[in-house]
Design a protein around this ligand. Structure first.
Ligand code: ADP
Ligand code: ASP
Ligand code: MG
Length: 481
């Protein structure tokens, strides 16, 4: 995102609100009707709507692509047929008259293109990241066409916009980065006239294209990022991330039912939570919002009256620990060399990881050793081969990174000791130090994630009604403290 600066030739559009609806917020007719109500409630502002693919569709597309590339074309086509039927059923229940025929025609055309892609994958027997970006983008194309027509049917003047004509990225397929100047120009050129005419632009999130027009994606969960990019380009007044939980919570409610909503949090802390696994926000979302100082709200589309979470430049949650996250599927990589890890060796190692699009999470170096965390082991055999003669690579997978986030958490004398005492009976081998003072994290066996998060949550966010006692640990701390 280098070069991302506040556009000088446009003033902040005080009334533009960019509203992003995630997969579960468009998953069925009831969800889309709720979306219509929420957009209508923003009629006084100038809404821009960004939608994800319908819940589960991106995974299904991935599965279909994988099957086609393995020669299981029949099963790939059947999966896509299910996706088609689901969209057609939604079109039937949400859109009528001539708009229905137009939408039907559009969806048919798109599905034919998708089927033709699956045939190509079947013939070529490979699904590289470039083809995968084209494939996965279909989900957001379908959902945005559908939502646009549903909004029009409800009397809201909506206009469908192909996000690939707005967001320009580099060619890092699978996880592309915006080319800011071109994006700002395109977003302004395409969206401003619509907004001036009082129309509601509807775009698919997640999808973009290179300046040559090759489709790219912003990484899984990237629709949040799309919304923030568009908001920054338009100097919007706010971004609203509509999802299936009441806001950013003290931990993933799927891991711990005691999780509670964080009402207000700073960009920095929210960005750390997202980076360390709070799936509710794509990790890059807050970068453009921060630069342009645009507040971001995380809201529940099933309970639109809720206050949600407000993310702003400066905010104190009032707690030492603001939130606890967990990142699963982490592998701990040890790189050993006969030589000290000087800058040359570091450069070589980084270049190899980069070449294999393997992003590295936390890093520590000592004399001839380097410890890294990676989110996928897929590229490690090839990386090992490339580093042969330079360094030896070993890794252990099925780990999870548990992270506690809080402003200055690392400077609070007793927090680390309380954390590690709480999990002292678990196999906690790597304690990670990120670059900021805002995080304390450690690696556990993946099977222990739930238990460790629940214990820590019980300690740092005790329930008011019951002094919980995780195997005597809480009371031991109370006595010690
Ligand atoms: P969407 O489809 O709306 O983008 P996601 O599934 O990407 O939604 O993100 C919402 C999910 O994020 C929630 O259902 C929740 O399980 C998960 N999540 C993880 N960590 C947190 C957290 N700290 N606060 C809220 N939700 C979280
Ligand atoms: N549909 C994409 C995904 O499932 C992008 C998103 O939902 O934000 O990853
Ligand atoms: Mg998401």
């Amino acid at each position: 995102m280098s070069g991302l600066q506040r556009p000088s030739r446009f003033e902040r559009s005080e009334d533009v609100v960019v509203m992003k609806f995630g997969g579960t917020s468009v998953e069925d007719a009831a969800a889309i009707r709720r979306l219509i109500g929420i957009v209508r409630s923003r009629a006084d502002a100038r809404p821009v709507v960004v939608v994800s693919a319908l819940a589960r569709v991106t995974d299904q597309l991935l599965e279909a692509g994988g099957a086609a590339a393995k020669g299981h074309l029949g099963s790939a086509l059947a999966t896509v047929r299910d996706i088609y039927v689901r969209h057609e059923q939604l079109a039937d229940s949400l859109v009528g008259g001539s708009a229905h025929s137009t939408l039907d025609c559009e969806l048919r055309g798109e599905f034919r293109a998708l089927e033709s892609l699956l045939h190509d994958l079947d013939s070529s027997r490979q699904l590289d990241l470039k083809a995968q970006d084209y494939l996965l983008g279909f989900g957001e194309c379908f959902s945005s066409s559908l939502v646009k027509e549903a909004l029009c049917e409800a009397g809201i003047q909506a206009a469908h916009v192909d996000a690939r004509a707005c967001i320009v990225t580099d060619a890092r397929h699978g996880q592309a980065n915006p080319v800011w100047d071109a994006t700002e120009l395109h977003v302004q050129q395409v969206l401003s006239p619509l907004l001036e005419r009082g129309q509601v632009p509807v775009l698919g999130g997640f999808i973009a294209s290179t300046c040559e027009g090759v489709p790219t994606t912003l990484g899984r969960g990237g629709s949040d990022f799309s919304a923030a990019i568009i908001a920054a380009a338009l100097c919007a007044a706010r971004v609203e991330i509509w999802t299936d939980v009441d806001g950013i919570m003290t931990t993933d409610p799927k891991l711990c039912s005691d999780a509670r909503v964080i009402r207000k949090i700073s960009f920095d802390e929210a960005a750390e939570l997202a980076h360390f696994g709070a799936k509710v926000l794509h990790p890059a979302t807050l970068v453009p919002a921060m630069r342009e100082n645009i507040p971001v709200y995380v809201l529940n589309s099933r309970r639109p009256e809720g206050e949600g979470t407000e993310i702003v430049a400066r905010a104190k949650t009032g707690d030492v620990v603001s939130g606890i996250t967990a990142k699963r599927n982490v592998a701990a990589v040890e790189i050993q060399s006969a030589h000290t890890f000087d800058s040359e060796l570091l450069r070589t190692v980084y270049a190899v990881f980069d070449r294999h699009s393997c992003s590295v999470d936390v890093m520590a170096t000592s004399l001839g050793r380097m410890s890294l965390l990676v989110g996928s082991t897929a590229a490690l055999p090839a990386i090992t081969a490339d580093l042969r003669g330079v360094a030896e690579v070993r890794w252990e997978n099925h780990k999870a990174l548990v992270c506690l986030v809080g402003e200055n958490i690392r400077r609070q004398p007793d927090v680390a000791s309380r954390v590690f005492a709480a999990v002292s009976d678990m196999d906690v081998r790597v304690v990670c130090h990120g670059a900021s003072d805002r995080t304390i994290s450690f690696l556990v066996e993946e099977s222990k994630v739930e238990e460790s998060v629940q214990r820590l949550h019980g300690i740092f966010f005790p329930q008011p009604d019951s002094a919980r006692d995780w195997g005597g640990i809480t009371s031991a701390f109370c006595q010690a403290g």
